[in-house]
Design a protein around this ligand. Sequence first.
Ligand SMILES: Cc1cc2nc3c(=O)[nH]c(=O)nc-3n(C[C@H](O)[C@H](O)[C@H](O)COP(=O)(O)OP(=O)(O)OC[C@H]3O[C@@H](n4cnc5c(N)ncnc54)[C@H](O)[C@@H]3O)c2cc1C
Length: 414
Amino acid sequence: MTGVIPADLIREQIKAQMAAGAQQDMIGKVNAFVDERCIPLEPKFLQGSFKALKPELDKARAEAKKRGIWAPWIPRAHGGLGLSLPEYAKVSAALGRSPIAHYALNCQAPDVGNMELLMSHGSEDQRARWLAPLVAGSIRSCFSMTEPEFAGSNPVFMETKAVRDGADYVISGHKWFTSAADGSAFAIVMAVTNPDGKPHERASQIIVPMDAKGVKLVRNIQIMGDVGDDYASHAEMRYDKVRVPITNRLGAEGAGFTLAQERLGPGRIHHCMRWIGICDRAIDLMCKQAASRMIAPGVPLGSKQAVQHMIAECRAETDAARLFVLDAAQQIEAKGAHEARVAVSAIKFHTAGVLQRVLDKALQLHGALGMTDDIPLAYWYRHERGARIYDGPDEVHKTVVARQLLKGYGLKVE
Ligand SMILES: Cc1cc2nc3c(=O)[nH]c(=O)nc-3n(C[C@H](O)[C@H](O)[C@H](O)COP(=O)(O)OP(=O)(O)OC[C@H]3O[C@@H](n4cnc5c(N)ncnc54)[C@H](O)[C@@H]3O)c2cc1C
């Protein structure tokens, strides 16, 4: 031992410190953008329509591009910032603090997942026609998989068919909860192309332009009293003998589920960190209310131990969930989404549960104000109840975790 630190190690440490500094800088920029450009638009979003807010959101989007924070999750080669999954996860939490911030930076679901699919499996033509304008933010898209007549928790169970006819597929089927279909330029439709294949090799993902003949948006479904519009909506769709070229298929025929699984790993990190961001904002609102709301002259709400406990419990649950999710993001980064699937299932149901508990406590602490759309708690309370259902219901994810654990004890659970 000479006592001299090897130059390589020093270089690595400097690189790591610079990366950490750059990451902090990015989070700082994103937080400032959310505070300055998104939170001020919230009252109009919460009490009006998404469409009416679009001109102002477009200005916010232009500002995001100017500030160098546009499309953070998309690789540089495709026009984004090229953050790694753990880096983007922290950005997603910062954006989660406002219900319109992911949209403002063009990293909103389902577009971001569709961008990933096109980057990984799109042909050159598909990328030029659909990916480039998606990344630029000039079009939107949706993902159409779940069907009202079939249990979405078992995704191999579906009826929509794509039948080959010459150089085309002819698609017929009924879907619902196609989020953000209203105003989208195209849908990625999951349809059975190989009816005689093994259950996980029966379906393909096919790009369907929304203006193709036979595509019908039946309605925007009313969700907990809110029908929504434009990006902020969930549609029932009919595909009635829709003809698209076979070249609109993504990846190999029958690879639909494999592609869907790939898309869901990082997507669940994005969602979970967005929920952490919602919790951060809810706690911020709780603290402001606890410090300023007087329950008697000179007696702030926050002087009550019951309120202090609510705040402390929310803080601890949120911070613990954040570390849990970041660990899963590291696992995906290190060994891929498939190998990390048990960790991803664990964070999915755990974080969705933390979100429900934190929102409920935050709403309670605000009393009647919490029930209003003057602040975003009620919006999240209504719309994020779905967190325990979409991207796989809690029960399905719990089974994945339990099955893995019990295997170690010699019990095989189907
Ligand atoms: C807000 C929101 C947005 C969505 N966006 C989209 C979208 O953009 N595109 C799209 O294609 N779909 C979307 N979905 C649909 C979503 O993917 C499905 O709702 C989900 O897969 C569950 O399917 P399901 O609703 O048919 O419930 P079902 O499969 O009928 O399950 C109902 C309930 O049964 C229980 N359950 C199910 N399976 C099991 C099991 N194995 N063990 C124990 N209990 C079980 C669970 O409690 C579950 O909640 C969205 C849903 C919501 C709520």
